[in-house]
Design a protein around this ligand. Structure first.
Ligand SMILES: *Cc1c(COP(=O)(O)O)cnc(C)c1O
Length: 421
């Protein structure tokens, strides 16, 4: 099936009422038929609903539909993108291990990796996403995850997915990729051999800035990479916390299975059924929206590139952008999503431009239907040290735009008056 059809139908079979819209199963728990049924569900001898922290029929549709768009085998929804990233990493790594990450990352991911995971005994080692060969020198027998973003936020770089995956595969290491900005409409990392894709559903998936959520999607066949792999005993050996269950002995996608039965069970960052329902509504139009976001952003980028007060524009759709070739290689029909950034002279000029715009809202979000303007140095990246900021490409005069679905001419006129005012 094509993505637009999947976006409308995948994962939902109408209930006995013939309900066209996916119902919101607003419930905490589910009745078992009898004690044996309950015991079978807990022992995974039978699959079914137990408690909404573990599964929910509305969330199940969201997970199946998103997995279909990514062409993955299974998905696990979480209460936020940050939780999805944490689960994707914590599923593979524990105290004493390390992960290798691109340094061009979302601010929250960078602090999670560099500071919070460190407190849990997991070391993060960083490489520049433009030099994937550097990964080779950073990995050792304790490396459990290689993490990067397909289209980085906010530095707007494009990763060479094939090059990084080749190194990971050579060492039998799990790759986890954040595909939030590109979305599965522009790029399907699992098709390039990436093992696990994570998303903040709070961005293009909801599409209208309605809810916080996240999701992780597992590649078909990831089981073969984990099986008998000495890096990942947690999938091959009995889990004491689950009556000695060996995850790879269960005929279900192992990465999401363990994330659900162990991490979601014990850490509990579960998405609400209502938010899953909002994400399902968003997904219905995702394949239609992404070309509009991308087309508008292309026009805005071209305008900014020709403006004398703009020092630099970062948008992979511009032919002279250093990421152009990678974007043309990995993104569908040359679409580069709605995120772009540009530099003006300094912090003060950036402040003035941001404050003068009228259609753009000053909001720390991306992927909304309404256009957004942000000044990373004073907001999303303020907690980082100067070195960390420099490493992820954030300059004081950098302005980030998330281009919405408005008419591009109106957006250009607004930026023109803000730059020239
Ligand atoms: C927003 C974002 C996140 C974090 O997601 P939340 O849903 O806000 O927790 C992670 N990665 C990227 C690329 C993001 O843009």
């Amino acid at each position: 099936m094509k993505q637009q059809t999947e976006a409308l139908h995948a994962g939902y079979e109408k209930d006995s009422q013939g309900t066209m819209a996916v119902p919101i199963y607003q419930t905490t728990a589910y009745e078992f038929r009898d004690v044996e049924h309950a015991a079978n569900l807990f022992a995974l001898r039978e699959l079914g609903n137990i408690y909404t922290r573990l599964n929910n029929p509305t969330t199940d549709v969201f997970e199946k539909r998103f997995a279909a768009l990514e062409e993955g085998e299974a998905a696990l929804a979480t209460s936020s993108g940050m939780a999805a990233i944490f689960y994707a990493i914590a599923n593979a790594a524990e105290a004493g291990d390390n992960i290798v990450c691109a340094s061009q990352l979302y601010g929250g991911t960078l602090t999670q990796a560099a500071h919070t995971l460190k407190r849990f005994g997991i070391e993060a080692r960083f490489f520049d996403v433009h030099t994937p060969d550097a990964v080779e020198k950073l990995v050792d027998e304790k490396t459990k995850v290689i993490f990067f973003e397909t289209l980085t936020n906010p530095s707007i770089d494009v990763a060479d997915i094939d090059a990084i995956v080749a190194i990971a595969d050579r060492h039998g290491i799990v790759t986890v990729v954040d595909n939030t900005v590109a979305t599965p409409i522009l790029c399907q990392p699992l098709k390039h051999g990436v093992d696990v894709v994570v998303h903040s559903a709070s961005k293009y998936t909801t599409g209208q800035g309605l809810a916080i959520g996240g999701i992780l999607v597992e590649r078909k066949g990831l089981r073969d990479k984990l099986k008998a792999n000495p890096r990942y005993p947690q999938f091959n050996e009995p889990d004491e916390s689950y009556h000695g269950l060996v995850y790879l002995d269960v005929p279900l996608p192992p990465y999401t299975l363990r994330a659900r039965l162990s991490l979601l069970r014990d850490l509990g960052a579960v998405v609400s059924p209502f938010n899953s329902w909002l994400f399902i509504q968003g997904i219905e139009t995702l394949p239609i929206r992404m070309p509009v976001h991308s087309g508008n952003a292309q026009k805005v980028a071209e305008f900014l590139a020709g403006h004398p007060r703009v020092v630099k524009v970062n948008y992979p759709g511009l032919p002279n952008d250093p990421n152009h070739a990678m974007a043309m290689k990995y993104f569908k029909d040359g679409m580069c999503s709605g995120l772009l950034s540009f530099e003006v002279a300094d912090f003060e000029t950036a402040r003035q431009v941001v404050d003068r715009t009228t259609i753009f809202s000053l909001v720390v979000n991306i992927g909304d239907s309404k256009s957004i303007i942000t000044h990373p140095a004073s907001t999303t990246h303020q907690q980082l040290s100067d070195e960390e900021m420099e490493a992820c490409g954030v300059k004081p005069g950098l302005i980030r735009l998330s281009i919405g679905l408005e008419d591009a001419d109106d957006l250009i006129a607004d930026l023109k008056q803000a730059l020239e005012g």
